[in-house]
Design a protein around this ligand. Structure first.
Ligand SMILES: Cc1cc2nc3c(=O)[nH]c(=O)nc-3n(C[C@H](O)[C@H](O)[C@H](O)COP(=O)(O)O)c2cc1C
Length: 334
């Protein structure tokens, strides 16, 4: 079974790869991921806050805390916990490049324009084959309008595009008013791909201690349908590559993502739970399912359930929302 796919111009034997995570801290784990057949290795992010300096990070962290926006704090590690500083990050890319034969993707994570974006060039020089740009931002300031936030991200992409020649893929959040429009703008600015989606880490509240308790919980497959809808909506309407991230745990999850248009399928929680070998299990499961269902290749399935090609596109839209609500009441009364 031919599982090959093209992602960001890279010819890959299949779409499965680990997503950005601390799995790359340890070279042995990276080797195990490659042994399990990972089609690429994705670095965890180098954060804007790490690049511009601990002093600024601390200041910003305190600001965020003072304004009670701990969701951001839950995601950004404390400077003490940064395992790799900017220089070590670049060294780790070079080390991984020397260790594996598969493509290695760097990851820059930030929200503003500025000199820190120069690190894109350093990541390229360290040997990365492509760059993820994670624009994780929590838009809690009411004076920031949507247009200016989107403009900043588009300008970040433009700036990085002028800095590197490797492909750039933007890791998006689901929180945009008109995702399709914004996606097209990012592609116009030079994004070669989009990853759907970042996962936001939600705060909880300890009512006894009156504390906000940011928690990092691993995902499960219930997080996939949000991704499926937007992959399906973007697929066929954009010329760029699409990556799925969030809620892929099984072979059927991965098949669904591909059918909705994903060219690459990333897993983090599943690999953290079950270990690198789980990637091989998912790949074998995909292959077996495609064979049983008489597909000739993965590409035959790719995009087959996107908005343009699925038998009932309304199922992704408002019409289905009304139908689902009304049929539930019908069931409830019977
Ligand atoms: C412990 C941990 C660390 C992560 N670090 C990063 C990171 O540095 N950069 C990034 O873009 N995403 C990071 N992520 C998000 C993952 O790449 C992925 O988008 C998210 O976990 C959803 O995928 P999943 O459902 O397969 O876990 C991290 C996730 C986890 C669980």
């Amino acid at each position: 079974m031919d599982l090959s796919t093209k992602y960001l111009g890279l010819e890959l034997p299949h779409p499965l790869m680990p997503g950005a995570s601390p799995m790359v801290h340890d070279i042995d784990t990276v080797r195990r991921l490659e042994d399990a057949g990972a089609a690429a290795i994705v670095m965890h992010s180098l954060f804007e806050e790490q690049i511009v300096g601990e002093q600024i990070f601390s200041h910003r962290a305190m600001d965020l805390h003072a304004e009670s926006y701990p969701e951001a704090l839950s995601y950004f590690p404390h400077p003490d916990q940064y395992v790799l500083g900017p220089d070590e990050y670049l060294e780790q890319i070079a080390r991984i490049k020397n260790t594996v034969d598969v493509p290695v993707l760097g990851s820059l994570n930030g929200t503003t324009l500025g000199g820190w974006l120069e690190h894109a060039r350093l990541i390229e020089q360290a040997g990365a084959d492509a760059l993820e740009l994670n624009v994780y931002s929590v838009a809690v300031d009411p004076s920031d309008d949507a247009a200016s936030l989107e403009r900043t991200t588009a300008e970040m992409v433009r700036e990085v595009r002028h800095t590197v020649s490797i492909p750039i893929v933007v890791k998006l959040s689901p929180f945009y008013t008109s995702l399709g429009h914004f996606a097209a703008r990012l592609v116009d600015e030079g994004a070669r791909g989009l990853i759907v989606f970042n996962r936001f880490y939600q705060p909880d509240i300890d009512v006894d201690a009156l504390e906000v308790t940011p928690a990092l919980r691993l995902s499960d497959s219930s997080e996939l349908p949000l991704r499926l809808r937007w992959l399906a909506a973007l697929s066929g309407r954009t010329s760029c590559s699409l990556g799925a991230s969030g809620g892929v745990h099984t072979a059927i999850d991965a098949i669904k993502a591909v059918m909705c248009g994903a060219h690459a399928v990333q897993m983090v929680s599943a690999l953290l739970k079950h270990g690198p070998q789980h990637l091989a299990k998912v790949r074998h499961g995909m292959q077996a399912w495609l064979e049983e269902n008489e597909y000739e290749s993965l590409q035959q399935a790719q995009g087959s359930m996107n908005l343009a090609r699925c038998p009932d596109p309304k199922a992704y839209e408002r019409a289905n929302y009304i139908h689902v609500l009304q049929s539930w009441w019908g069931d409830g009364e019977s």
